[in-house]
Design a protein around this ligand. Sequence first.
Ligand code: HEM
Length: 192
Amino acid sequence: MPLPSQWPLLIGLIIGLAAMLAGMASAILPVDGWELAARWTARVGFPLFLLVYLASSLVRLWPGGWRRTVLRDRRFWGLGFAACHTVHLFALAVFLKLGDETRPIAALIPGALAYALLYAMAATSTDAAMRKLGRNWKRLHSLGIHYLWLIFTLAYAVRILDVETRVEGVIGTALALAALGLRIAARRKVAA
Ligand code: HEM
């Protein structure tokens, strides 16, 4: 029996919560546990994001198979990513509250804007919203997905500078750039 289209939403929520609980259980001090929870919730959300970012490009490059199913259910993969990243928001909020490190408001603005776009996309992920917004729907979702890509790429790129986080920084940045490369290749294939 085929799985219902909505299942990626549940998957996103479950892996986000599992990453949060794993982080909390892996440290002695609560503040360290919440930091790990913030780190790991972002990490498990990244593959979900890449799937949404690449869904249409994968079908253009290699039509058929599982890629078509992912594209059909892309809306729910997007909502799954939003659910998972909401757990990241919760974990980082608790971490920032417990930690003694203060962050200037300006440093939080790029991330806050990413969340504003993410929730605007989630709130307009229905057919009715698509019809109502017309061309603005495409503009919003295109801006949102590229901005989220940028924040992920920058978050991993800055980790390359620190020797302790270099490995995840290199892997995350390489995956983000490879994903961009696939989108460009898919666009060229259509234009050719
Ligand atoms: C104001 C909003 C945000 C704040 C304050 C924030 C804070 C944090 C914190 C505290 C961590 C754990 C740091 C560590 O590794 O010790 C983290 C990790 C991370 N966050 Fe966020 N975050 C925000 C929004 C976002 C957004 C919108 C994205 C992506 C679109 C993102 C992507 C990441 C990534 C990629 C990691 C590292 C995961 C890894 O190590 O694999 N964050 N963030």
